[in-house]
Design a protein around this ligand. Structure first.
Ligand code: FBP
Length: 285
């Protein structure tokens, strides 16, 4: 009897977690369109050069008020300054770790910069994000940090999005490694998200529908979103997004393809059609 009661309790906790994510404001009809804006840390101001307006966080918060956007992913400092003004119109996904492009490292590592408690209690985050460099010499350290993030997120009832970016000495340079868009590598990294309790993984686009299907085959119920990548034409970008959705993906987390455009709203209108309204690229354009 005790065992059954315990089992029911466990099942109800799991259901609660899954239901909570589908009910989360960062999800709409099962899908998400997350605008990522942590590039000032990850790449530096060089990413703002194609559209200098984008260096001003206020500009990107304004863009993120678009109906299609389900969340804006930023680092803590940007959130602290702008979320009070934009909190009613923009769902905050607080990126908890991050690293700059400046140091010489022997392998990839993204240190934790913010706790879930601070993100939720002080900044009002609706979700949290963490970059995992599986394959790096620092993978074990990052799992330790991720474990705390994931368990704290459960306590605060917010979903965890894992930026699943396999890279580093463990894989790069190996004969079987096909680069960071290799579906086998992306699938393994995405699967780690499921194993470690992420609610959603954000993966590089593997280039084909077959590649994304390979990812979907191993992630169970966990949601997947495509990482935007460098800026390309509306048509090329929408085709990648459509293929992702068609293969069972749940949307995108996109930075440069939005904020490097002078009229990002036009692309967001089109993305809304593909991600939330079941339209194909021809219909969206
Ligand atoms: P983009 O859509 O511009 O590719 O942004 C996605 C993202 O994951 C950002 O959140 C992050 O700043 C950046 O890519 C990191 O890219 P990388 O580590 O591959 O240089």
């Amino acid at each position: 009897m005790v065992q059954i009661a315990e089992k029911i309790k466990t099942i109800s906790v799991i259901h609660h977690i899954m239901k909570q994510f589908d009910d989360s404001p960062i999800v709409r009809n099962g899908n998400s369109l997350i605008v990522a804006y942590d590039h000032g840390l990850e790449h530096g101001p060089v990413d703002f050069e194609p559209n200098p307006e984008s260096a001003d966080p206020r500009h990107v918060f304004e863009v993120a008020k678009h109906d299609a956007v389900t969340a804006l992913a930023v680092q803590k400092g940007v959130a602290e300054t702008y979320i009070e003004e934009y909190g009613d119109d923009v769902n905050l996904l607080l990126k908890l770790n991050g690293n700059s492009a400046l140091p010489e490292r022997t392998d990839y590592y993204s240190p934790k910069q913010c706790t879930v408690e601070y993100a939720v209690e002080e900044l009002g985050a609706e979700a949290v994000g963490y970059t995992m460099y599986a394959g790096s010499d620092h993978e074990d350290q990052m799992w330790k940090e991720f474990r705390k993030v994931q368990e704290e997120a459960r306590k605060y009832d917010v979903p965890v999005v894992m930026w699943a970016y396999p890279r580093g000495n463990g894989i790069e340079g190996k004969a079987e490694y096909g680069g960071d868009t290799d579906p086998a590598v992306i699938s393994y990294a995405a699967r780690l998200g499921l194993e470690m309790g992420a609610d959603m993984v954000k993966c590089k686009y593997p280039g084909t529908k077959e590649g994304w299907l390979e990812v979907e085959d191993v992630v169970g119920e966990m949601k997947t979103v495509m990482s935007g990548g460098s800026k390309r034409s509306d048509k090329d970008f929408l085709e990648d997004v459509y293929t992702t959705i068609d293969a069972g993906g749940n949307g995108i987390a996109v930075g440069r393809n939005v904020f490097q455009r002078e009229e990002p709203e036009e692309l967001l209108d089109k993305l809304e059609k593909v991600i939330f309204e079941g339209k194909d690229v021809g219909e969206a354009l």
